[in-house]
Design a protein around this ligand. Structure first.
Ligand code: AHM
Ligand code: MG
Length: 343
């Protein structure tokens, strides 16, 4: 019988249902371990989201009084988010090795028979935390190689070997964006249900965008290809310059780039020879997501997912987004990298 009112949808696709359906599609090959690990990340995201939202009210703003391995002051929310992630992933029983931005050494989960390694930045965008501006959790997952006893070699691997990656953005809405190597899907937390609902199925990044997202305050230090690239989109021959949008939280800047297209960049420069962003838990997961959405992600000259990390907190330059925009950067790097032009 037809309804005479606008009924709410009765067939909600929750994140749990989505992950389970991907597991079922794999048939008997699937062990369910990745499903349980991702369930753990889902719960941590809700818990961190709740703390971020209340931070100002429950004395969670400000410094924790310690610094991390990169010498950065840790905020209270950095420390809390890290503890939430480490506890939940250890308890999942599916993780043998973890790397967190907030912890100097890799964490080997004692007695775990976990078959996955998880790398994460528990709360990225520290400079924005206390202003209530968007921050996020970034994560990547490797499958521990057969025969490995679970150690640092399980994470010192190129990003192209990740089996899953994603981020949760804590903003005006809480969004979890995930890839397991089969496209990218975005979910929005319905706080009344306590569930992430599929709101952005099969995210595809446009081939070319109109927005650029760089910290141009570092221009003094930029190398010639970055300067040439930025000039080419600010003073183009067609008189249609790109718009600038830069939040300073990678999760938020990449989220916008995935949805609207354009380019996000944190280049290497004369001051920071490898750029700022950490390979394992910032550059790789975001590069994996971007490629899965049909975009591209490079260091300037090289595909990010091909880079082999030398240490767990190593950094690399990042240019990611619409594939035609990224190709323009790569062409300038190739030109400046020729023997007579090298900076
Ligand atoms: P963090 O891990 O200490 O938060 O630093 C990473 C953040 C990224 O989210 C963002 O893209 C970048 O640092 C912004 O850096 P800057 O303030 O130099 O523009
Ligand atoms: Mg970070």
């Amino acid at each position: 019988m037809p309804m005479d009112f606008e009924a709410p949808p009765t067939d909600l696709v929750t994140l749990t249902r989505h992950i389970l359906s991907q597991q079922l599609a794999l048939g008997e090959k699937a062990t369910g371990d990745l499903t349980l690990l991702l369930m753990g990340i889902q719960v941590t995201s809700k818990y961190i989201a709740s703390n971020v939202r209340k931070a100002r009210l429950i004395n969670l703003v400000g410094l924790a009084g310690a610094s991390n391995v990169q010498g950065e002051d840790q905020k209270k929310l950095d420390v809390l988010s890290n503890d939430i992630m480490v506890n939940a992933l250890s308890a999942s029983g599916k993780v043998g090795v973890m790397v967190s931005e907030e912890i100097d050494d890799a964490i080997i989960v004692k007695g775990s028979k976990g078959t996955y390694a998880c790398v994460f930045d528990p709360l990225d965008g520290s400079s924005n935390i206390d202003a209530g501006v968007n921050v996020g959790t970034i994560f990547g997952v490797y499958k521990i190689k057969e025969g490995s006893t679970g150690g640092i070699s399980d994470v010192l691997r190129p990003g192209k070997e990740m089996v899953a990656a994603g981020y949760t953005m804590y903003g005006s809405s809480c969004n979890l964006v995930l890839t397991t190597g089969n496209g990218v899907d975005g979910f929005t937390l319905d706080e009344s249900l306590g569930e992430f609902i599929l709101t952005h199925p099969d995210i595809r990044i446009p081939d070319r965008g109109k927005i650029y997202s760089f910290n141009e305050g570092n221009s003094l230090h930029f190398y010639p290809p970055t300067i040439d690239y930025l000039n080419s989109i600010k003073f183009p021959a067609n008189n249609k310059p790109y718009s600038a949008r830069y939040i300073g939280s990678m999760v938020a800047d990449v989220h916008r780039t995935l949805l609207y297209g354009g380019i996000f960049g944190y280049p290497d420069d004369k001051k920071s020879k490898d750029g700022k962003l950490r390979m394992l838990y910032e550059a790789f997961p975001m590069a994996f997501l971007t490629e899965q959405a049909g975009g591209a992600a490079i260091t300037g000259s090289q595909r990010i997912l091909d880079v082999i990390p030398k240490n767990i907190h190593g950094r690399c330059p990042v240019f990611l987004g619409s594939k035609d925009d990224v190709a323009d950067v790569q062409a300038l790097y190739a030109k400046w990298d020729s023997p007579d032009k090298r900076w």
